[in-house]
Design a protein around this ligand. Structure first.
Ligand SMILES: [Zn+2]
Ligand SMILES: [Zn+2]
Ligand SMILES: [Zn+2]
Length: 759
């Protein structure tokens, strides 16, 4: 960026940009008398303070040009953006947080720290120091004595040192932590009088070192040593807590800073670290007070940089806004929106792409709003809007950065989103439990049903109940797991009450929370809603991968670019699998030509299983369908021949848009050779694909291809089973062959085999 032909006022001066200011016009005039402010496309005004040989100077400038300069300016490098998973509990209690399993970026670092830390019970022996013992340096001696002290229940400190002009420091005195007496302080510490209680009792235990030069090399020897104490020595678990042995390792410092920035108080930070490292309470190499002191001292540094840092952060956001402006000019479909506070500081920002809006018109029935990440660098919540396409891939509908998680911010996000999507609202919104979002949805999208995936609920259950229930927890958990699978609402509510009463948790706030969300998560409440196969673990895994890729970007600028890449349909590899038919049913064959491989494979599974069901015609024209082994409850299918309707009590079609095995069984018996068109939802059809497809994939040529393979492999099987030797040979060769085939790259031209097959 920053091409030479764009001469901006700032670059004309050859000055260094010191500060980027953004004020509404009247503020610029107020603060900088010699600066003229003028409104640009938005109400944002950029002014630049420039340092040049003429001194400090303020200039107004064009947003676009200055953004270019800033991109190149070393003075304002974008901040390193850090995303953290939100851990705040939806119950709203600040002291309550959720610990997610396997989601701990600091584990590796903390574990190495843990093993480095000298553990008092380790078998390593430290011999008693003796007069005349030699060390290479005074530091080495200090460390040795310190280890010895730790093993023996006390700690040491450096007392005096003596130096001369030609030798430098030639004597060092190390003493017991309780040596000497406390000096009475002139000013009593009124705030923390207890902190001032001295441990010093005049103990005479000590180790004195003297330096000498031997053959021109300095060395230190022990000139005096005493291990006689006039006080009790501490046990292992007490000595650990002496200030000298309490230490916050660097990796922990980083984590503490992060947590503190995210608003965690010292006691909770300590708790988080204990949980993360899997240590018992109180077993960390530092205590709450150390955390508090550390946070206090690092806050001082942060405060010093704070103005600078927040200015940089604001600049990055303005740059993001500028990137949106540029994108809007390059892409007709691109849309964005933002809010600013009274000082013109960006609060919320949302954007979407032409491709996303187009995708929404086809696949906007079910929308996931992911709000699980927060940027601690910019203090913003990320809300990502996803959908699922006809191939089962996640698609991005839009991206929102919000200043907080209040219902006001979410309301804004929802309004903007609906405007982006041409006033169309999704039927289903899938979210996590988030009170702010729930309230906003109720107001802004009252017709959309909120659904919470059960895995979102389950992932919070251990944090909520495992400590509280103790040994009873595993019983509770297995009963809880049965509960949310129940098919019937009455059963669910009845058993819920039983469970709550049995474990005595009726007044628990998390139980009330779960129950207040009950119409959004248990199977019996959500089974009647169309969720477009978004509840599968494959889908949640692919959205997580999708998110992680975007969140790995270190600067906001790269983040924006990555989101744009992710939003493009072409970026998603379309793996159009060739799926051979498994039955001779014409309706299977026909479905394959209509549905995408993703939807077809789901339907095919049902078709194959439908053959295991028996049907009984009832008097009123309905059918009882049951498994031949009666492994599951029977289902009632109603078939209305006049307008080719089929309804099953399992509600699978209503839920996923794929006909169930029970309905299929009835259709086959009723001589259907094709499934009625209305049971091929537009959103699962091949024709709905956002990227043009290779038409050959489902042609008959492939069937010949497949049949040729079938007969070849059938012969290979029967021949190779005739002897063990044959079998081993074929097995080995086939394994190698498969490996070889998998290494042949698949290019777009050669994706579909269109070759003559020789028999
Ligand atoms: Zn809670
Ligand atoms: Zn002592
Ligand atoms: Zn069914």
């Amino acid at each position: 960026m920053g091409s030479g032909e764009n001469q901006s006022p700032a670059s004309e001066q050859n000055g260094r940009i010191i500060k980027l200011l953004y004020y509404p016009p009247h503020k610029v005039a107020e603060n900088y008398r010699n600066a003229t402010a003028y409104p640009l496309k938005s109400d944002l005004i950029w002014a630049v303070q420039i340092e040049s040989n003429k001194g400090l100077n303020l200039k107004r400038c064009d947003v676009r040009l200055e953004a270019c300069i800033f991109s190149d300016s070393m003075a304002l490098k974008p901040l390193h953006n850090i995303w953290i998973r939100r851990q705040q509990c939806p119950c709203g209690d600040w002291k309550c947080y959720i610990k997610y399993e396997g989601d701990d970026p600091s584990t590796a670092a903390s574990q190495s720290v843990k093993s480095d830390f000298p553990i008092s019970s380790s078998p390593e022996v430290v011999f008693t120091p003796y007069v005349g013992q030699i060390f290479k340096s005074d530091d080495e001696a200090f460390e040795y004595y310190s280890n010895f002290a730790r093993k023996n229940g006390f700690s040491i400190r450096k007392a005096r040192s003596t130096e001369s002009q030609n030798l430098g420091v030639y004597r060092r005195d190390f003493v017991c932590y309780r040596s000497g007496f406390n000096q009475p302080r002139k000013k009593a510490n009124v705030e923390h009088p207890r902190d001032r209680k001295s441990v010093r009792c005049g103990c005479d235990a000590k180790l004195y070192l003297t330096k000498e030069i031997v053959d021109g090399v300095p060395q230190w020897y022990i000139s005096q040593f005493s291990n006689v104490h006039n006080h009790e020595l501490l046990e292992d678990d007490q000595v650990r807590l002496l200030p000298a042995y309490r230490k916050i390792e660097e990796a922990d410092q980083e984590r503490i800073r992060l947590l503190s920035k995210a608003g965690f108080p010292a006691n909770r930070i300590l708790k988080v670290l204990e949980l993360e490292k899997g240590v018992q309470p109180g077993q960390l190499p530092f205590i709450e007070k150390d955390v508090r002191n550390f946070v206090r001292s690092s806050k001082k540094i942060v405060q010093e940089n704070d103005t600078n840092l927040s200015m940089k952060g604001d600049n990055d956001l303005l740059e993001l806004l500028e990137a949106c402006r540029a994108a809007a000019e390059g892409d007709d479909g691109f849309a964005y929106n933002f809010t600013t506070d009274d000082n013109g500081k960006v609060e919320n920002i949302a954007w979407t792409y032409g491709d996303s809006i187009r995708a929404f018109s086809l696949f906007g029935d079910v929308v996931t709003i992911d709000t699980s990440y927060r940027s601690i660098t910019y203090c913003m919540i990320l809300a990502m809007w996803f959908g699922i396409d006809n191939h089962g891939h996640p698609i991005l509908f839009g991206c929102t950065l919000l200043q907080d998680e209040t219902s006001k911010s979410f309301s804004w996000a929802l309004q903007v989103f609906v405007r982006f999507m041409r006033e169309r609202q999704p039927e289903i919104v899938i979210t996590d439990m988030d009170p702010g979002l729930r309230d906003a949805l109720a107001v802004e999208m009252p017709r959309s049903k909120q659904i919470i995936p059960t895995w979102q609920v389950i992932s919070k259950v251990p944090s909520w109940f495992s400590l509280q229930l103790g040994v009873q927890y595993s019983n509770f958990k297995s009963e809880f797991d049965m509960l949310y699978h129940l098919e019937n609402v009455e059963d669910f509510e009845h058993q819920w009450n039983n469970l709550v009463a049995r474990f005595g948790i009726g007044s628990d706030k998390h139980i009330s929370l779960l129950f207040s969300y009950r119409t959004s998560w248990p199977f019996c409440y959500v089974r009647n809603f169309f969720l477009a196969r978004t509840m599968t673990s494959e889908y949640s895994k692919s959205t997580e991968t999708f998110l992680r890729k975007i969140l790995s970007m270190q600067s906001l600028r790269c983040f924006f670019k990555q989101v744009a890449i992710a939003a493009k349909f072409g970026s998603q590899k379309s793996e159009l699998l060739y799926l051979p038919t498994k039955t001779c049913l014409p309706l299977e064959e026909h479905s394959r030509t209509v549905l995408t491989p993703f939807a077809f494979s789901a339907l095919q599974h049902e078709i194959v299983l439908s053959m295991q069901y028996a049907i009984t015609e009832m008097a009123n024209g309905s059918y009882l369908v049951r498994h031949y082994k009666k492994m599951e409850r029977e289902h009632l299918v109603i078939w209305i021949p006049d307008d080719e309707q089929v309804h099953c009590s399992c509600k699978e079609f209503e839920h996923s848009g794929i006909l169930c095995r029970h309905s299929l069984r009835v259709l086959v018996v009723k001589n259907y050779f094709e499934i009625p068109v209305k049971y091929f939802l537009l959103r699962w059809r091949l024709e709905s694909s956002l990227i043009p497809l290779d038409g050959q994939i489902i042609t008959n040529g492939n069937d010949e291809y497949s049949q040729a393979f079938h007969s070849l492999t059938a012969t290979l099987f029967s021949e190779s089973f005739l002897s063990k030797e044959r079998f081993n040979f074929v097995h080995g060769e086939l394994t190698q062959l498969l490996e070889h085939v998998q290494n042949i790259p698949v290019s777009d031209q050669s994706k579909s085999p269109n070759i003559a097959i020789k028999s």
